[in-house]
Design a binder for this molecule. Structure first.
Ligand code: PLP
Length: 408
């Protein structure tokens, strides 16, 4: 048996990995690059590369405006229906549109207006900055305020702390399910139940969960959700985002960006707005067909591999990283800035270091290792089980080690 910290051990793990063949389904343009940033931008599926030519040349080039009646108009709900299977939603509860930030704005304003007499939105300090800005803007617009629950350790926010501020003035609770910096995963069921007990609606940002951490919105009783497609779904840079509205809420909520494609019978070109029934009212304008279509190959790969297997490998790989940190990186000044318990951790490992920024830059420039850096001192090492190898993770640890000990 090779030593745990050896390259041979990492190679042995790769040889025994039942998801290993999925790596071949992605373009690996630089075989020596250690890419541990799939939690920011996923790799390019080969099927998307093939599709891109067909989309541009055949669909746009040849079919021209006829394309709208040949599938373009349904792309958003059809691919949304596939994403629904990854997050425990019905196929009529998810659609793709706009960016995560815009979807968050639409749903948070809609939620505030559906709870008249209540003025507060509750979130936590671990939420993504864009979410904090958008939620604050939504609260302002509706004459309310945003309450941001702090994190004592910068890694977690306990349910108790959230519950403490959930009074009868709270209209909406909105959190990232897996938080972007520490990868802390909230207990979706418990937090949603607490929000409901306070009479508030619950909105989840699934950007760092979808495609890597199993989610069951229906079982949790969640009301609303948003999330992006360019991380673990490998949908491409700036890919359109998705939104979820629980079926029984759809008729009660109004999209504040009431554009023509969210109207009932948009092709009546009527000057008056009348919301479409169901989820379609949350579409505002013309869908970005090329970007939307490019999301499907990545989603198909996740469905084919299965979230259970993806999650199992993700836990094994983040555990591998943490064990190596314990033995080799901790003595060099790295601290673990992610939860130690895998049940509370998403698919990346955050390592803090006093010289985090310098180390991160050197990893990229000198070692051909791409993680990412989040101020003030956190290096995030992302695991994307469909293509991340143990050999890559070994390379990342070796580089982190050499740099911090002044050898690299
Ligand atoms: C949790 C989370 N929410 C929202 C966003 C912003 O998404 P968008 O740029 O699509 O609005 C990000 C981006 O990384 C994110 O990580």
């Amino acid at each position: 048996m090779p030593e745990f910290s050896s390259l041979e051990y990492a190679r042995m793990q790769d040889a025994g990995d039942e998801l290993a063949s999925f790596r071949e389904r992605f373009l690996i343009a630089e075989p020596d690059l250690v890419y541990v940033d799939g939690n920011s931008l996923g790799r390019l599926p080969k099927a998307a590369l093939e599709l891109s030519r067909e989309l541009v040349e055949q669909q746009w080039g040849s079919r021209l405006i006829r394309g709208w009646n040949e599938g373009w108009l349904d792309l958003s709900t059809r691919i949304g229906g596939k994403i629904a299977r990854l997050i425990g939603a019905g196929t009529d509860e998810v659609l793709l549109a706009d960016s995560t930030s815009v979807n968050l704005f639409k749903l948070s304003v809609a939620a505030m207006r559906a709870r008249p007499g209540r003025s507060r939105i509750v979130t936590d300090a671990l939420n993504f900055p864009s979410d904090l800005y958008v939620l604050r803007a939504a609260a302002d617009l509706c004459g309310g305020e945003l309450c941001v629950v702090p994190s004592e350790d910068g890694i977690t926010v306990p349910l108790q702390a959230l519950r403490f501020v959930m009074g009868d003035d709270v209209a909406l609770v909105s959190l990232s399910h897996t938080t972007y910096k520490s990868a802390f995963v909230h207990d979706m069921r418990a937090v949603t139940a607490a929000a409901h007990a306070a009479g508030a609606l619950m909105l989840w940002d699934l950007s760092h969960s979808v495609g890597s951490v199993p989610v069951d919105l229906e079982r949790a009783g969640a009301d609303l959700a948003v999330g992006c497609a360019y991380k673990y779904l490998n949908g491409g840079p700036g890919a359109p985002a998705f939104l979820y509205v629980r079926r029984s809420l759809q008729e009660a909520l109004q999209n504040p960006i009431s554009g023509w494609l969210g109207r009932d019978d948009p092709f009546s070109f009527s000057p008056d707005y009348e919301a479409a029934s169901g989820l379609r009212r949350f579409i505002s304008g013309t869908p970005p067909v090329l970007s939307l279509a490019m999301i499907e190959p990545g989603v198909d790969l996740v469905l084919e591999a299965g979230l259970d297997r993806i999650r199992a490998k993700s836990i094994q790989q983040t555990e591998y990283l943490i064990s190596r940190w314990e033995q080799e990186l901790r003595p060099l000044g790295y601290t673990l800035a992610s939860p130690r318990d895998s049940a509370q951790r998403g698919s990346h490992v955050a390592l803090a270091h006093a010289e985090g920024q310098r180390l991160n830059d050197a990893l990229i420039e000198r070692w051909n290792v791409i993680p990412d850096f989040r101020p003030p001192n956190v290096i995030r090492v992302g695991v994307s089980p469909l293509y991340t190898t143990y050999t890559e993770l070994h390379g990342a640890v070796q580089a982190l080690k050499s740099l911090a000990s002044g050898l690299g």
